[in-house]
Design a binder for this molecule. Structure first.
Ligand SMILES: Cc1cc2nc3c(=O)[nH]c(=O)nc-3n(C[C@H](O)[C@H](O)[C@H](O)COP(=O)(O)OP(=O)(O)OC[C@H]3O[C@@H](n4cnc5c(N)ncnc54)[C@H](O)[C@@H]3O)c2cc1C
Length: 440
């Protein structure tokens, strides 16, 4: 008898892409066009800005190098949660003061609420689950840190974070190796990010906004009263421009962008669906999204179809061999954290770029020295809520409904250039070595 071939250990590709029908491909820009506002980038930030503008009666187009959701908005872990910076609350208070840190937190919460309201108002089933987020102590000493963090958050921000002992974690279905305690943060939920970004684009089209796919903006120059955005087969002239390329931005469009962002890779693996027995063996049955206390954190959640999503930072380079090594590392971290599932196949695996800024905070506002050009980027790996609300706020700045002071101080710091931008990836390598040592 012929032996049946074993199923492949790993299939490369995005689970989110597989979870939706072939998305509509928007036509390429051919010839020349005139709009009030041209947005560069069809992710949450660009589409949110364009949607708000279109609904305010502004003629707006989005120019996208590939297609809607090609960037991080179609590739992320789907944790619609607090974030947008790598500074913690203590650092934010030291840098901006308590009032601005509170405004910034309120802004993040408003971003989460905005995404939830949109899905509800548009009747989109984006496979949502999870009420809040669990932070899991990966070392015994982090339990005390979580406790003092919970006290600090309550005292300064009125946040009611709930602490869980190691035993309570087991009882509530957070079974894994090396989780010593946890803190439940009462904000956020999980979603299918691709379904959300496609719905956003659909709403924009319905509201009269235009999207051009396969239309990378290669140059941006001033032409009298307007900006001239060049693409392969045509150009757009617009009074105002929004730069929303985030970790996929082309640094020469405009040249101002050069050296001001640092794209960093994040990678995700999704297993095949787990059986009841397998879930019980590992003791992970919780629907709550979770991350560990490492600086180079792992983020994970049980999807509604009982697959397990596991994300971690990516490598530095995207050569085939570097990507293979990255996937092996991610899988080996998964195996050591969830030892009962070492035989469970990874079915999907992909990666994408997040965007870091030198100040470690995002930037939402007018680009200094380029009248009429605005930018919204630098979400530091947490952009579902932040890019969504910031796109809307940027539209408010453009129409004059808002001023820069209406935004919290942490998002108002203009993007500074990294020193020796050519070597940015090496900084990242250095930071990864340092933090992997600190995370031990
Ligand atoms: C693997 C991974 C996991 C993540 N997990 C989470 C998570 O769980 N929760 C969370 O909140 N965030 C997460 N993030 C981050 C989040 O996905 C991003 O912050 C967010 O999607 C950024 O949205 P954006 O609109 O700013 O940019 P993007 O979605 O990256 O869109 C930018 C778009 O601009 C286009 N573009 C760039 N330059 C040009 C040009 N010159 N001309 C035309 N088009 C251009 C690109 O093609 C791209 O489509 C994750 C990111 C990755 C990569």
């Amino acid at each position: 008898m012929l032996q049946q071939a074993k199923p492949p250990r790993e299939v490369i590709g995005s689970y989110w892409e597989a979870s939706v029908d072939q998305p509509r491909l928007d036509r390429q820009l051919m010839g020349n066009a005139l709009f009030d506002v041209a947005v560069v980038g069809a992710g949450y930030a660009g589409l949110s800005a364009a949607l708000k503008l279109a609904r305010s009666g502004v003629s707006v187009c989005v120019l996208e190098a590939e297609h809607v959701g090609y960037g991080a908005s179609g590739r992320n872990g789907g944790f619609c949660c607090l974030g947008g910076t790598t500074l913690d609350q203590h650092q934010l208070i030291r840098k901006f003061g308590l009032d601005e840190a509170r405004r910034f937190l309120a802004y993040q919460v408003a971003g989460i609420n905005l995404v939830a309201q949109r899905l509800e108002a548009w009747g989109v089933d984006a496979d949502c689950h999870s009420s809040g987020e669990m932070v899991l102590a990966h070392r015994p000493r982090d339990v005390a840190t979580l406790k003092s963090e919970a006290d600090f958050l309550k005292e300064n921000f009125g946040m009611k974070a709930r602490l869980l002992s190691k035993e309570a974690l087991g009882e509530e279905g957070y079974g894994g190796a090396g989780f010593h305690g946890g803190m439940h943060v009462p904000y956020g939920f999980a979603l299918n990010p691709m379904k959300y970004v496609l719905a956003l684009a659909g709403e924009l089209r319905k509201s009269g906004g235009s999207i051009f796919g396969k239309s990378p903006v290669t140059n941006l120059t001033r032409d009298g009263e307007r900006w001239h955005l060049e693409t392969e087969h045509g150009y757009v002239r617009a009074r105002k421009v929004v730069l929303a390329g985030n970790g996929y931005a082309r640094e020469n469009a405009p040249k101002w962008l050069y050296g001001r962002t640092l794209p960093a890779m994040s990678s995700i693996q999704v297993t095949r669906p787990l059986s009841n027995g397998e879930l019980a063996d590992q003791g992970w049955t919780s629907q709550t999204m979770a991350a560990d206390t490492r600086v180079l954190l792992h983020y994970f959640r049980l999807l509604p179809d009982r697959r397990f999503l596991f994300g971690t930072r990516g490598g530095i380079f995207d050569t085939e061999s570097a990507l293979t090594t990255m996937r092996k590392h991610a899988r080996s971290d998964f195996d050591s954290m969830f030892p009962a599932w070492t035989d469970v196949e990874t079915e999907y695996s992909w990666h994408g770029n997040v965007c870091l800024a030198r100040a470690l905070t995002p930037f939402v506002g007018a680009v200094p020295g380029m009248e009429g050009v605005y930018a919204a980027l630098g979400w530091h790996g947490s952009g579902i809520a932040m890019a969504s609300i910031s796109g809307e706020k940027l539209a408010g700045l453009i129409t004059g409904a808002l001023t820069q002071d209406d935004l919290p101080a942490p998002v108002r710091q203009p993007l500074k250039k990294f020193p020796l931008p050519l070597f940015r990836k090496l900084y990242l390598q250095g930071a990864y070595w340092f933090y992997s040592w600190k995370d031990r």
